[in-house]
Design a protein around this ligand. Structure first.
Ligand SMILES: NC(=O)c1ccc[n+]([C@@H]2O[C@H](COP(=O)([O-])OP(=O)(O)OC[C@H]3O[C@@H](n4cnc5c(N)ncnc54)[C@H](OP(=O)(O)O)[C@@H]3O)[C@@H](O)[C@H]2O)c1
Length: 250
């Protein structure tokens, strides 16, 4: 049910805009959804775990924002289509797409890796982002307006042993994002690859040499995503590398 926006939200920089955020149940995606909602955007939240999505939605609604939770498995093509259809049915437009959902199997040497794990990483981290982008683009092109933010990683820039499939997905996403930028910049659509170093989320496993307080926080990444969404119409932060100021490993 739509609630009346507070006077604060009415003045917010994204107040007329609709943002679709994947992986919004926890970690970086949750923080981005909260931050974009705080900036006034109406949000669609997608991930598989409904309970986590509802928790994010409640946090947004509690502060006067608008959130629509759509449980979605991005590995299923028809669910990707349904996610876009439901968002358009509810809000009539999508201004900001944040392709954030992703992950990877535990670090494993290539020779011991399972093909099924590789396929799953590539499907979520790369193919789903490509597919969602294809679905939202026609309306953005028609309106000469939009922003597409991809969650790359410093693993988009250099590969690490034991993370070959993850690196392949994130390098692939970088290539897709660069090509997309060149294709749609003339329509006023912002395209950005946001590449954080390690962020303190469930994706980063316990390591006794790691001081988690010195990692980036999900809120740091969310701030960068919001800055991309509200950047000047003349300028596009096409690739943003975000590193912790601190050395987290002892
Ligand atoms: N944490 C880091 O250090 C770091 C650094 C650089 C880049 N990144 C990137 O940032 C993004 C978010 O990572 P995170 O650290 O926030 O991870 P996270 O806390 O594990 O959150 C991942 C999110 O993606 C969703 N997701 C995973 N598989 C999905 C699927 N098949 N369909 C729909 N949703 C799915 C998860 O929800 P469900 O499991 O409920 O579906 C969850 O909401 C990823 O693309 C990651 O590669 C992370």
């Amino acid at each position: 049910m739509a609630s009346h926006p507070s006077p604060l939200l009415e003045q917010a920089p994204l107040s007329e805009q609709v943002a679709l955020i994947t992986g919004a149940g926890r970690g970086i995606g949750r923080a981005i959804a909260l931050r974009l909602a705080q900036a006034g955007a109406k949000t669609t939240l997608a991930a598989r775990t409904e309970q986590e999505l509802q928790a994010t939605a409640r946090s947004i609604q509690d502060t006067g924002g608008e959130a629509f939770a759509v449980p979605t498995d991005l590995q299923q093509d028809e669910q990707v289509t349904t996610l876009v259809e439901k968002t358009l049915a509810r809000y009539k437009r999508i201004d900001i797409l944040v392709n954030n959902a992703g992950g990877g199997p535990p670090r494993t040497p290539i020779v011991k890796s399972r093909l099924a794990d590789w396929e799953s990483v590539l499907r979520v981290n790369l193919f789903a982002a490509m597919s969602l982008t294809k679905h939202v683009l026609p309306a953005m092109i028609e309106r000469r307006h939009g922003a597409i933010i991809m969650l790359g990683s410093t693993a988009s820039l250099s590969g690490r042993a034991g993370e070959a499939a993850y690196a392949a997905s994130k390098f692939g996403l970088r290539g897709f994002t660069h090509a997309l930028f060149e294709e749609v910049r003339r329509y006023g659509i912002k395209v950005s690859l946001l590449c954080p170093g390690s962020v303190d989320t469930a994706l980063i496993p316990y390591n006794k040499r790691l001081n988690r307080d010195k990692l980036l926080s999900p809120n740091d990444v969310a701030e960068a995503a919001c800055n991309i969404a509200i950047s000047s119409p003349r300028a596009c932060p096409a690739e943003v590398i975000l590193q912790s100021q601190f050395e987290p490993f002892t």
